[in-house]
Design a protein around this ligand. Structure first.
Ligand code: FA5
Length: 336
């Protein structure tokens, strides 16, 4: 009888792989575990054996029965889970996590869109530029004290002195040479500075250079462009203030402040209680730069500006620290 039990277990293990449906499983149950099944059949014989033999075979019978039940249970679970997923229309779908553009890229696209609407073309530069492009062409010769305004990351190079552009102004002369006035161009791009970081300063950030040259270009038009841009970008009219400043490549030069979007000029932590925030440098293009690009300075005037992209994104979304942009913190990135 022990051999019979062994062959039942063996058969159950073998047919296991052929069970593909709940109907197959029910047949399996009836055959092995049913009231008239193989195991019941043996049990009927065991109960009639003398006590000693009954005890011994009874234990072995229980072992085989448990093994067959285990097979049955496993098969049922597998088939029922499969059936559940297949037919339960209310079962929640698996969420596919989709990537999206970083908030800086989204914002640059938005900014480009606004400037395009007011007649600016888009040009792109390179992150590695020459010393001439970043400085000399902008009226900043070697040893000029203004070079200290931009802490520079130099690149070891054999011939020409190369560097990571410290500002998008590095492309002014190149673009002015390429296009004939009247022209209106923006140049968005990443810039690098070797400086300590804090909540409002990064070593790597984005600027948007603006250049306009024409017969009637003047500083009022520049202010008007800023007013239109900020109203579009922030969705409300904001006061724009030109504060006198100095850049070797513009004359006059200004620092552009806007009314603090967060406290509406009343004064808060972000604007350090001044009610205003610096967002750009700007001015009328210096005749040195226009001449360097071969433009007739008796006929044409121009204005230029360099907007700090992260600064205005921070204002729009109330972001307290510029370092969050490159922190790789998904909780931050997924918000936008
Ligand atoms: C310039 O880089 C000039 N090239 C701007 C300019 C262009 C002036 C054309 C005249 C004509 P400045 O270093 O101030 O200027 O930088 C311009 C803007 O970039 C600042 O107003 C600020 O918004 C942003 N910015 C400057 N340094 C940082 C920094 N470390 N981190 C983040 N944003 C910065």
């Amino acid at each position: 009888m022990k051999e019979e039990l062994d062959s039942i277990l063996k058969e159950a293990q073998e047919v296991k792989n052929n069970i593909k449906s709940l109907q197959d499983l029910e047949n399996f149950r009836i055959k092995f575990l049913g009231k008239k099944g193989l195991l019941k059949n043996i049990l009927d014989k065991i109960v009639n054996l003398p006590l000693e033999e009954r005890k011994e075979l009874g234990n072995y019978f229980n072992f085989v029965k448990e093994e067959v039940e285990k097979i049955y249970k496993e098969l049922r679970e597998k088939l029922e889970v499969g059936r559940f997923i297949k037919f339960d229309l209310h079962h929640p779908g698996r969420k596919i996590s989709k990537g999206h553009l970083h908030i800086i890229t989204q914002s640059i696209n938005k900014i480009i869109n606004i400037f395009s609407k007011i007649g600016f073309d888009v040009e792109l530069g390179r992150e590695i530029v020459t010393e001439y492009e970043n400085f000399d062409s902008l009226n900043i010769p070697p040893n000029h004290p203004a070079r200290d305004m931009w802490s520079t990351l130099w690149i070891k190079s054999q011939k020409e002195k190369l560097l990571l552009r410290t500002h998008t102004s590095a492309h002014q002369v190149e673009i002015l040479k390429k296009k004939n006035p009247p022209l209106k161009v923006i140049i968005p791009g990443k810039v690098y500075r070797h400086e300590a970081t804090d909540a409002r300063h990064e070593m790597q950030f984005h600027q948007l250079e603006g250049l306009a040259v024409g017969e009637g270009c003047n500083i009022q038009e520049l202010k008007g462009i800023f007013s239109i841009f900020f109203e579009e970008y922030f969705g409300k009219k904001l006061e724009v203030i030109f504060r006198s400043s100095y850049f070797p490549f513009t004359e006059p030069s200004v620092e552009v402040d806007i009314e603090c979007v967060l406290c509406k000029g009343r004064g808060c932590e972000v604007c350090k209680n001044s009610g205003y925030l610096e967002v750009a440098g700007a001015g009328m293009i210096h005749t040195f730069v226009l001449k360097e690009a071969g433009i007739d300075t008796n006929k044409y005037y121009g204005y230029a500006f360099g907007l700090g992209v992260e600064r205005i994104i921070m204002l729009k979304y109330n972001i307290p620290d510029i370092r969050l942009f490159h922190s790789s913190d998904l909780r931050f990135i997924k918000q936008f």
